[in-house]
Design a protein around this ligand. Structure first.
Ligand SMILES: [Zn+2]
Length: 360
């Protein structure tokens, strides 16, 4: 790619961008719904505390071509019409309010802008703090609080800009079914997901490994309830690292949910703020080694205010640190442990394709 980073022009300081917009609060939830505007207040608190180390980017709406790279026009029209007739529901979980169409189009555009700013060297890393989330949205269907698939739309925009290989790391506690399905036959967008399993939405078992030309460009790491910092860091070091080293992405996108935090009311994982920081350090180290540090985050789920603040703080602190931490020693995967079991199951599916899968 032609874009080059301009760290020298910035006096050596890292340039970490955040993308916020008050309009994201205009997607108004029914009473008691966990995906509510206050979530962004919690994320915003972590951003405010680090404001002097961050730069702001401005969101703009995705255009029709960008949306339709992932969704058929009929789906775009369905969301637009549903919002016009709001309030209403598209499925049992997924609501629309009056402004939801415009807000969702803005969220998709924000994801594109974060990714492009990184690809074009306007910043070292970026975080798009958007609502509604996106990774459950299928091409033809809204689901799981998601209207348009923000991260998939951003990945498509990068590909059209000439970025050859994009790695999507989805560490939301739920499986990113929509993102997987959009790219499962595409060898140039590798989808890697950790998620509680079995759990909503039911997809993401070990054997779902891509199809056709996209075989082995989908890597699923389903985890039992109760996993925490050790298991997540272990999976990223022992599975994601060898996968990324073989795939050699030109940019990494993170579908960044904070609902694997131990305080989250919807799921049963045990990540701490330090865990999110360690995970970000691992992914940043991989980006530094493989693609000149190019990494962009898009907010997905996360429903405990404390989990959102702690998780976001961990991510930002890892991104803002002057140097990437050296790639952490892979956490011990002792025989009989959950980590050993999970890594061995993934390796059984993918080891012939990815050397060193499961090793330290
Ligand atoms: Zn989630």
């Amino acid at each position: 790619m032609s874009a080059s980073r301009s760290r020298d022009d910035l006096g050596g300081a890292r340039r970490i961008a955040v993308l916020e917009d008050p309009r994201f609060a205009e997607h108004r939830s029914p009473a008691g719904h966990p995906e509510r505007p206050e979530r962004l207040r919690a994320v915003g608190r972590a951003i405010s505390e680090r404001r002097d180390r961050l730069v702001s980017l401005t969101a703009r709406p995705a255009d029709g071509d960008e949306l339709c790279a992932v969704h058929p026009l009929s789906h775009v029209r369905t969301i637009e019409t549903a919002a016009r007739m709001a309030p209403g529901h598209l499925d049992a979980d997924t609501y629309v309010s009056r402004e939801s169409y415009e807000v969702a189009v803005l969220a998709a555009g924000a994801a594109i802008e974060a990714a492009r700013a990184v690809a074009q060297g306007r910043c070292d890393a970026a975080f798009a703090a958007v609502r509604p989330p996106g990774h459950h949205a299928e091409a033809h269907r809204a689901m799981g609080f998601c209207l348009f698939n923000n991260v998939a739309i951003a990945a498509h925009a990068l590909r059209r800009d000439g970025v050859e290989r994009v790695l999507i790391v989805d560490w939301d506690v739920h499986h990113g079914n929509g993102t997987q399905h959009v790219f499962e036959e595409d060898p140039n967008v590798l989808f890697f997901s950790t998620h509680q399993f079995p759990f909503y939405p039911g997809t993401g078992d070990f054997g779902e490994a891509g199809r056709g030309h996209g075989e082995h460009a989908t890597v699923n790491v389903p985890l039992p309830p109760g996993c925490g910092d050790h298991e997540y860091a272990g999976v990223l070091r022992r599975v994601l690292a060898p996968v990324a080293l073989r795939f050699r992405p030109e940019l990494i996108l993170v579908s960044c949910g904070f609902d694997a935090h131990r305080d989250d009311p919807l799921a049963s994982m045990q990540l701490s703020g330090a865990g999110y920081r360690a995970m970000t350090e691992i992914v940043r180290s991989l980006a530094d080694e493989l693609c000149d540090g190019r990494i962009a985050f898009v907010l997905e789920g996360g429903y405990a205010p404390s989990g959102l603040v702690e998780g976001m703080s961990g991510v930002l602190d890892a991104l803002c640190a002057p140097q990437a931490s050296p790639l952490l020693e892979a956490p011990e995967a002792t025989p009989g442990s959950t980590l050993r079991h999970v890594v061995d199951r993934v390796a059984a599916v993918h080891r012939r394709h990815f050397e060193d899968l499961g090793a330290g």
